[in-house]
Design a protein around this ligand. Structure first.
Ligand SMILES: [Zn+2]
Length: 80
């Protein structure tokens, strides 16, 4: 998962990086440009928008759905 830091007050955006690096960039920027304070319009965002970013979660969801569908089909065939 990548993180992005943006300071809206300075209208400056840094690229995607690890959370540790983004934290470092934010701390450094606050120190250099805002005397260590937090700017009012800063954004700290991750690129995790949906489950598709997590293949394992997607796999588990798909497996459960497939199992449910197979169980339903089996019930239709056996008539139970
Ligand atoms: Zn700033």
């Amino acid at each position: 998962m990548a993180w992005c830091y943006r300071c809206g007050t300075c209208d400056t955006t840094w690229g995607w990086m690890t959370k540790e690096d983004a934290n470092g960039v934010r701390a450094r920027h606050r120190e250099q440009r805002h005397d260590g304070g937090a700017p009012g319009q800063e954004e700290f965002t991750s690129d995790a928008q949906s489950a598709t970013d997590n293949p394992i979660a997607l796999l588990i969801t798909g497996a459960l759905f497939t199992f449910g569908a197979l169980a339903w089909i089996w019930q239709q065939i056996t008539g139970t």
